[in-house]
Design a protein. Sequence first.
Length: 139
Amino acid sequence: MSDVVEACFDHVGISVPDLEAATAWYCASFQLIAAPAFAVPGTDLRGVMLLHSSGYRIELLHRPGARPGLQPDGPLSAAGTLGFGHICLRVPDVPTAYDQLIAAGAATRMPPSPAPRPGATVAFVADPYGNLIEILDRK
């Protein structure tokens, strides 16, 4: 028996102030399909799992009265706080995806620029609720 946990990535959960509006934004912006919404019995927590054809999933969660947390102005400030900093989605063309996300209501945090990985491009936006999203190509 190994001391290493065998695992693979399943999903990321994001708390949002408006479950229906966030579901619409993420589905339209990233070609996601919403599974049926759910509620956790005995609590005021509701959520919905958003599915992408490639297999990644984003779980949106809503709890009335939730307070805003870290709303970083870019990747450096996100890394200056322990805990969740951002999600990263791989795209075929960063400048095009960046323009589409800004047009859809995302806020700019870092325009497209060369990534630390040679030949790659990276950009950061914030969703309409301030959550940081990295978009990256891996050429």
